[in-house]
Design a protein around this ligand. Structure first.
Ligand SMILES: [Zn+2]
Length: 295
């Protein structure tokens, strides 16, 4: 719209200029008008998608990954590397806000990587895997304090089960600007998918194509819940495979998130790196990792 307005204005002024003083339009003056039009084009974001090499050369945006946020008295009570305490989680979010970090969405990340879109000065993504209840009851109110928006990677088999989020909560997250994305149907590893797999779903035995079962059915289900497109995916256990990337791409996902292994230099959009926030990290430790792990 902006460029159209400028074009019309420029055309109109050219027209008036030519009409009022046609004989004195010199080549130099018409060049000035032309160069103004050209420079307006330059200021718009590039519309040609970046190549894989260009994406790899861009500064990486830190992406955090949380699973369970446990209400424990001490971090010693945490059972594994997928847990953080509520106290630590709260102090980490506060430290991020105090340090000027601004959460961005996967759409913003995609636009930055592919089309050179602008980002806030200290961008990061905060992501949650596996549909856990406390990601709604604890993480959401905490993010609300600082205006952060999260990305929720949902495994659809667990929706509505005890200790997992309900579809109403998932819808509410989406309505409030958080992003809902796919984390497969039952959390099985992408590198083991086959085209004919005997499974049991809802008490019924059937043969499915894993790629459709894990990627298409979940996308459709989540889109039905939130009424918006689901464009992003996270690999269960962070495990990705080179041969799986085209399968994900052709099923309509724009980017896929792994964990902290090296990106595929030819497919950086389908191997976006994340770090799992470890139970023993302090808020300062987290900020250090964000600076050192994302180059
Ligand atoms: Zn997971």
């Amino acid at each position: 719209m902006k460029s159209l307005t400028f074009f019309l204005t420029a055309t109109l002024s050219l027209f008036i200029f030519s009409c009022s003083n046609q004989s004195t339009v010199t080549e130099k003056e018409s060049t000035v008008v032309k160069s103004k039009i050209d420079s307006s084009k330059v200021s718009e974001p590039a519309k040609t998608p970046a190549t894989a090499a260009e994406i790899m050369a861009k500064k990486e945006v830190p992406v955090l990954c949380y699973h369970h946020i446990r209400n424990v008295a001490s971090t010693r009570e945490l059972k594994n590397e997928y847990e953080v305490s509520v106290t630590e989680f709260k102090s980490q979010l506060k430290a991020l806000a105090d340090s000027g970090y601004k959460s961005i969405t996967p759409d913003q990340l995609y636009n930055y990587l592919v089309f050179g879109g602008s980002l806030p000065e200290k961008p990061f993504l905060i992501t949650y895997d596996d549909t856990d209840q406390e990601q709604f009851s604890v993480a959401k109110p905490e993010m609300d304090k600082y205006g952060f928006k999260g990305v929720y990677f949902i495994m659809t088999i667990s929706i509505g089960r005890p200790n997992y989020m309900t579809k109403e909560q998932i819808k509410q997250l989406s309505d409030e600007g958080h992003v809902i994305a796919s984390h497969t149907w039952d959390h099985s590893r992408v590198d083991r998918y086959t085209y004919e797999h005997a499974i049991e779903e809802g008490g019924k035995k059937k043969v499915v194509n894993d790629w459709d079962q894990q990627l298409v059915k979940t996308k459709t289900k989540l889109e039905g819940i939130i009424g918006k497109p689901v464009d992003y995916f996270a690999y269960p256990f962070g495990i990705w495979s080179k041969s799986g990337i085209p399968e994900i791409e052709k099923r309509g996902y724009k980017m896929a998130f792994q964990l902290a292994t090296k990106r595929d230099s030819l497919q950086p959009l389908y191997t976006v790196r994340r770090v799992i926030v470890a139970p023993q990290w302090s808020a300062d430790g987290l900020l250090k990792v964000m600076r050192s792990s994302f180059k």
